[in-house]
Design a protein around this ligand. Structure first.
Ligand code: ADP
Length: 456
């Protein structure tokens, strides 16, 4: 069944209410029924107490010892609430009946061994009968005493009650269904408003946010969660836009350089040396494009937050020795020395892949921007758990330091040896440090050198 949410809730609620109300009505009816009949049964028992000792069984015979009791007015006259008396032998044959029993006999259960109360009728009159076995001196049943009272009043009370409950039951359910439908539609009105608002948000107005309700209820949480989702989608879209814009902007100049070089090359025939030189320049530009794309992709991946960070124990000294090994060629080219002032056995716990990227970038910069024949030092401060990467290069003027970790921020393009970078390396370092929870600081003095501090 394809029901609307409101109808579904109303229907479930009504079914539950129907079951609960049905049970309550049943309980009420049963209590009234039992009370009414218990009342009649105790009247019959009281009468039986008075009459029973006047009927005796001897052998197979029955005697009524005190007949005046039987001839009392109440047993002879037709009153509004008459009491009927009847004595039958053990085969159910009538021995005595009260005068008011002229219109018929009370039914007798000849299999009875204990007292029993049951509903019956004499003619059109509904009666309640109490049947009591009469025992002889050998405790054997010689007959039965039946006492009947009218249950007309109980029948009509129960009938009225039944009619009232049967009429009230569907009416109650209809009212309940309508009330629940109204309450549910009121309750989901804010959800429908949210659906309409969210439906109006698209790529063009992704910066729009849902209005938060005044009360901090589930609807508030839903709207806040959707807003958070929208924020993430917006930052994803922005990242994508930025990547496209950055990539096309940054790749434009190497592409123009490649085109210019190739155009010059085909203008006239050249000798092998010239070809080698120009093709070497083109390869350099292609490498630069490759590096820029690589770094942009790394940044996009880190910024998306979609990277898994692991923690592993790292032996800092051997870790840095491996990086130094990779930097051997550029170090030798610039006749530079990389000193590792790291006590043996220094262990840290962080993500090895990301730490490798951070240190490779910082040390790569120290080589690239450091002075020829200079020194680079990695020092571990055990007490503070700080790793310092320092060089004795030209340093960075103070006014550049606040923006040093910005994307594409470069200090002075003429300073780098081995080809200009794109100004992305330190922004990658900063984002990775944020990701690993390693605060990074930079101190620099022109002509003295630069140092980066990583606080583990
Ligand atoms: P790039 O790819 O240009 O090297 P980075 O983000 O790694 O980009 O560095 C940003 C700028 O910071 C560089 O252009 C450079 O001028 C300056 N810089 C970085 N490290 C050093 C250093 N050790 N010594 C001097 N200047 C540096």
């Amino acid at each position: 069944m394809n029901l609307q949410f409101t109808d579904r809730i109303s229907l479930f609620n009504t079914i539950a209410a129907a079951v609960a109300t049905g049970l309550v009505f049943f309980a009420v009816y049963s209590v009234v029924y039992l009370t009414a009949y218990n009342h009649l049964d105790s009247d019959i028992s009281r009468e039986a107490d008075e009459v029973q000792n006047t009927v005796k069984g001897t052998g197979d015979s029955l005697f009524i010892t005190y007949l005046p009791e039987w001839e009392e007015r109440e047993h002879q006259q037709f009153e509004t609430n008459p009491i009927f008396l009847q004595v039958a032998d053990k085969s159910g044959e009538m021995v005595f009946q009260s005068a008011n029993l002229h219109s018929g006999l009370m039914e007798v259960d000849t299999l009875l061994t204990q007292r029993k109360f049951f509903n019956s009728a004499i003619g059109s009159q509904s009666i309640r009968i109490g049947q009591f076995p009469i025992h002889n001196e050998e405790k054997k049943i010689t007959g039965y005493l039946s006492i009947g009272v009218s249950r007309q009043e109980s029948v009509s009370v129960l009938k009225n009650l039944r009619t009232t409950l049967l009429v009230a039951f569907p009416l109650l359910l209809i009212v309940l269904y309508l009330a629940t439908s109204l309450a549910v539609s009121q309750a989901i009105a804010p959800v429908e408003r949210l659906i309409r608002e969210v439906g109006g948000i698209n790529d063009a107005n992704i910066q729009r946010r849902l209005d938060l309700p005044k009360h901090k209820d589930e609807i508030y949480q839903l709207a806040a969660t959707i807003n958070e989702l929208l924020r993430r989608i917006e930052s994803g879209i922005n990242r994508e836009k930025r990547f496209t814009a950055d990539a096309s902007h940054e790749l434009r100049s190497p592409l123009a350089a490649i085109r210019g070089t190739l155009e010059v090359l085909i203008r006239k025939p050249r000798d092998t040396g010239q070809y080698e030189e120009k093709i070497g320049q083109v390869i350099g530009e292609v490498d630069r494009m490759h590096q820029i794309l690589d770094q942009l992709l790394q940044l996009a991946r880190i910024e998306s937050g979609n990277v898994a960070v692991s923690r592993e124990p790292i032996d800092l000294k051997s870790f840095l020795e491996a990086i130094r090994e990779n930097l051997q060629e550029p170090l030798e080219e610039k006749n530079m020395h990389l000193h590792l002032d790291i006590p043996a056995g220094t262990a840290i716990s962080t993500d090895g892949t990301f730490l490798d990227l951070i240190l490779a970038n910082l040390l790569g910069n120290a080589v690239k921007y450091g002075r020829t024949g200079g020194n680079i030092t990695c020092r571990w401060d055990m007490a503070e758990a700080v790793l310092t990467v320092s060089d004795d290069g030209p340093g960075i003027p103070e006014e550049h330091l606040p923006r040093l970790f910005d994307r594409f921020y470069r200090v002075d393009e003429s300073r780098a040896s081995g080809g200009a970078g794109a100004g992305l390396g330190l922004s990658i370092v900063k984002r990775l440090c944020d990701l690993l929870g390693i605060p990074i600081e930079v101190h620099s003095k022109p002509d003295k050198g630069t140092e980066f501090l990583l606080h583990f």
